[in-house]
Design a protein around this ligand. Structure first.
Ligand code: GRF
Length: 317
């Protein structure tokens, strides 16, 4: 049971013990305080007593667990827990997914009109990756404590890819996709919809993105390429092949390109390019290292900027 809760709440073994302790202590404190108040109110022990007691417990419990959690360093967890509970029973309005999934709203396929909106919203991001996932890890780290962006899903087409281990370690749901279904027109749209995904980040994803997905996520899928596009891009240009080609063409500069994804390989509108030198004695490995550093420094920041801009708009189907 502990393991399941740990997974559900995305917490470690020590934290789960502290959380359960807070629940127990918060519960006892609630019962004790409610009893004391009832004594002061001196209501007769009949149905009215029970109703008032239940109301008191409902009001005191969040305060009690939040107070107790402060002493055990679990305030952040309980703040989120109480908020989610409030949303579930309808006391607190759930703003989380209002614009997180605009492309999957009814009428998906058209961009709709966008108007300015300044509510604090959360966008769920899916990272599509096929490899080691070092960029995915940097993105996860960047948004770890974000209240407006959540890395909600890792999508991968290789069962043994390193990025799946990252997903497991980080307790992020993962989805291993199959070619036939991905290119079937359905493109795992149902799975993305149930994860309320609002933005897709490709980080070393080697398959072309099918049109069905692009249509549903207009300007909401981006990719990073380890060279200065339009040079050294296109089908088959990935990993060390890119750097080998740059070095053998005796380029003086390489870098990264962050761009929107369209139905062709490495082709959509460019969002950002950052350059780095190609040194005389560079090997594909040393150049890859330099380029990776640029990726880590820039990709998470660009994602944050784009998502913030989307969140400042409200989708009107
Ligand atoms: C990165 O170099 C990225 O530019 C390219 O694929 C590589 C992924 O590396 N699209 P990693 O899996 O993030 O380490």
């Amino acid at each position: 049971m502990f393991a399941r809760l740990q997974q559900k709440w995305k917490v470690g073994p020590v934290q789960i013990v502290l959380i359960i302790f807070c629940f127990a202590l918060g519960g006892s404190l609630t019962g004790y305080s409610a009893k004391k108040i009832m004594d002061v109110l001196s209501v007769e022990k009949d149905w009215l007593w029970t109703v008032i007691y239940i109301l008191l417990v409902t009001m005191i419990w969040p305060l009690a667990v939040l107070t107790v959690s402060l002493f055990f360093g679990q305030f952040k967890f309980f703040k989120g827990y109480v908020k989610r509970l409030g949303q579930r029973i309808g006391i607190i309005r759930d703003l989380r997914f209002e614009v997180s999934n605009p492309g999957l709203a009814p009428n998906s396929g058209s961009e709709g009109s966008l108007t300015t909106h300044h509510s604090p919203l959360t966008t769920n991001i899916a990272i599509f990756a096929s490899g080691a996932g070092s960029n995915a890890q940097r993105i996860i780290d960047h948004f770890r404590n974000s209240s407006s962006v959540r890395i909600a899903l890792i999508v991968c087409n290789k069962k043994k890819a390193g990025v799946l281990q990252i997903a497991e370690k980080e307790n992020i749901p993962s989805l291993v996709i199959e070619k036939e279904k991905f290119f079937s027109g359905k493109s795992y749209l149902d799975e993305l919809a149930s994860g309320k995904i609002g933005f897709i980040v490709l980080a070393g994803f080697l398959w072309k993105v099918p049109e069905a997905l692009i249509r549903v996520f207009p300007k909401r899928i981006i990719n990073i390429h380890p060279a200065l596009l339009p040079g050294y891009g296109g089908q088959g240009m990935y990993g060390s092949r890119v750097h080998e080609a740059v070095i053998s063409a005796q380029e003086k500069e390489s870098g990264i390109t962050i761009h929107y994804v369209d139905e062709h390989y490495d082709n959509g509108d460019i969002i950002l390019q950052v350059k780095c030198p190609v040194l005389e004695n560079d090997t594909p490995e040393s150049l890859a290292h330099r380029v990776h550093e640029l990726e880590y420094a820039n990709y998470p920041v660009v994602i944050e900027d784009l998502v913030k801009r989307l969140q400042a708009t409200r989708y009107k189907p």
